[in-house]
Design a protein around this ligand. Structure first.
Ligand code: 5GP
Length: 203
């Protein structure tokens, strides 16, 4: 049984099951937290005159980012509403197909609303490019994108991402919502898996 120490002096680093699967860390928990605060301040200033921002989260990868970003905006005094969409583009693999399917649509009308799409990561840009066209067809007042991660080398389709958390190298990463075969989403940091993890996962 793992034992956590008392919390009096802040969170204690306890080794978790996923740590031994990680080859190297790309972005730490602290870096993510600090950058989200900065992004929220920027968005709060840009939308200071807007009544209620509508955040559209793309499940499942962006769920951690959505939760932390919405609360960071709350601390900046910006009222938000949350919407969720689920689309599939990757399946179990690690390369984008560009074929997008809606698994869960918006629950409400976005006509005239100021929308910010909350994305986990922009790789080829194919998914986002499709999503932006889809949202634009629903006549919002405006649509912008905040993406926590972007792989600049991999962009096949130029997509207008107004707010970017981190530009990272073109390698497959997991953690903070990003999965490999539905695992590693709960990691508080982002890293690259050891090569043997992929071999181990083969049937
Ligand atoms: P794109 O269409 O831009 O190539 O891919 C976008 C989606 O693919 C992201 O929203 C994310 O779900 C997934 N994706 C892209 N790169 C990575 C990565 O490095 N790791 C993981 N886990 N998912 C990724």
């Amino acid at each position: 049984m793992r034992q956590a120490l008392p919390m009096a002096e802040g969170p204690v680093a306890v080794e978790s099951w996923y740590d031994s699967d990680i080859d190297h860390v790309i972005i730490t928990e602290e870096q993510i937290r600090d950058r989200i605060t900065e992004l929220a301040k920027q968005v709060a200033a840009d939308y200071a005159s807007v009544d209620r921002l509508l955040l559209v989260c793309v499940l499942k990868g962006a769920v951690m980012f959505m939760a932390d970003f919405a609360r960071a905006l709350g601390r900046c005094g910006t009222p938000v509403e949350l919407e969720f969409m689920a689309i599939s583009s990757y399946g179990q693999g690690a390369t984008s197909s560009g074929v997008v399917r809606i698994l869960k649509d918006l629950d409400r009308d976005i006509a005239g609303r100021q929308v910010i799409v909350v994305e986990d990561i922009v790789d080829s840009g194919l998914t986002l490019s499709w999503l932006l066209k889809y949202l634009e067809s629903r006549s919002p007042g405006s649509v912008e994108v905040v993406a926590l991660f972007r792989k600049p080398d991999a962009v096949k389709v130029p997509v207008p991402v107004r707010y970017v958390g981190f530009d990272i190298a073109s390698e497959f990463v997991v953690g903070y919502g990003l999965d490999f075969a539905e695992r590693y989403r709960e990691m508080p940091y982002v890293g690259v898996l050891k090569p043997e993890v992929y071999t181990r996962s083969l049937p």
